[in-house]
Design a protein around this ligand. Structure first.
Ligand SMILES: [Zn+2]
Length: 296
């Protein structure tokens, strides 16, 4: 088993080596060629047979199309809630449009359902639903060695934005249930969606719980954090944008508009965006220069 760790723009890719190689998550499409080179290095003459996605965020499935072009026999399995929408490539029912992200179209062949098992390379893996970060996401657990592929539901330090909590107040409960589930699995190893694999699972769940308690008490700051993540991600993809370019992108992103609408001060969208950029500048996550917005 190999974890290809590639920072924040691209999720980790996990490769199950063996007679029937499996690839789990493919990172961002900007890194697709790099992923291909890494896979060819690890697989040698072998071709991966199956590609699984934990969830359909553009940093987890952006390389799918490239791998399918390279290995046309590759079977792609994705969570069942988004299977039909992906098969028809219906952008309004996929998460890319509302978050202002891009993902090249890819084919899908079978659905992954929570509560079912899947045999990968001779080992049985449980599939579990893990709402909170993504209502449609799944995680994979191998009970014999107690290995958990946790995607963005649990990182060593925290978890991904709770997109479900931006939709409804129950999103925080959903993440709590997901953390309860993860705790009950008693994993020995966690292979997260970003960051290194880790074994100190209990302290990491404790940190996640305290972060969740904080967000639950401050839902507006969680929503603002989500806006910062979406903006930083876009700047990371493009590296530098003229301010006007940035503003016209943001104008198309319905999720940013919904977060802005929650701001009780009622300030204009553009002023609110400039304030978001100021906060990101203060955190040294982006740079604001006369040329525009730069990644930092
Ligand atoms: Zn994600």
């Amino acid at each position: 088993m190999v974890v290809l760790e590639r920072g924040w723009l691209s999720s980790n890719t996990i490769v199950l080596l063996g007679a029937d190689p499996v690839v789990i998550d493919t990172g961002h499409h900007r890194h697709a060629e790099q992923l291909l080179a890494l896979l060819e290095h690890w697989l040698g003459e072998q071709h991966p047979q199956r590609l699984l996605n934990t969830h359909l965020h553009s940093d987890h499935c952006g390389g799918n199309a490239r791998l399918q072009a390279r290995w046309p026999q590759l079977l792609t399995l994705i969570p069942h809630c988004v299977f039909e929408a992906t098969k028809e490539w219906s952008p309004s029912r996929l998460p890319f449009e509302s978050t202002g992200q891009n993902c090249p179209r890819f084919a899908v062949h079978a659905a992954l359902r929570g509560g079912q098992e899947i045999i990968l390379n001779g080992r049985t893996w449980e599939i579990h639903e893990c709402p909170g970060h993504d209502a449609d996401g799944v995680l994979f657990f191998e009970p014999r060695e107690r290995i958990l592929i946790s995607a963005d539901a649990l990182w060593e330090n925290g978890f991904g934005v709770l997109f479900d909590a931006l939709e409804s107040e129950f999103g925080f409960d959903a993440q709590e249930q997901t953390l309860d589930l993860i705790e009950s699995l008693q994993a020995r190893w966690v292979l997260p969606g970003h960051g290194r694999a880790f074994q100190e699972v209990k302290p990491s769940i404790a940190r996640a719980r305290s972060r969740l308690a904080h967000w639950r008490q401050h839902p507006l700051s969680h929503a603002e954090h989500a806006a910062h993540v979406l903006i930083k991600f876009h700047v990371m993809v493009h590296q530098n944008l003229a301010l006007q370019e940035f503003m016209s992108w943001a104008d198309q992103v319905s999720l940013l508009k919904r977060i802005h609408a929650q701001d009780p001060r009622g300030i204009e969208f553009e002023a609110w965006l400039l304030e978001r950029l100021d906060v990101l500048c203060a955190k040294k996550a982006v740079q604001l220069t006369p040329q525009g917005v730069l990644d930092a």
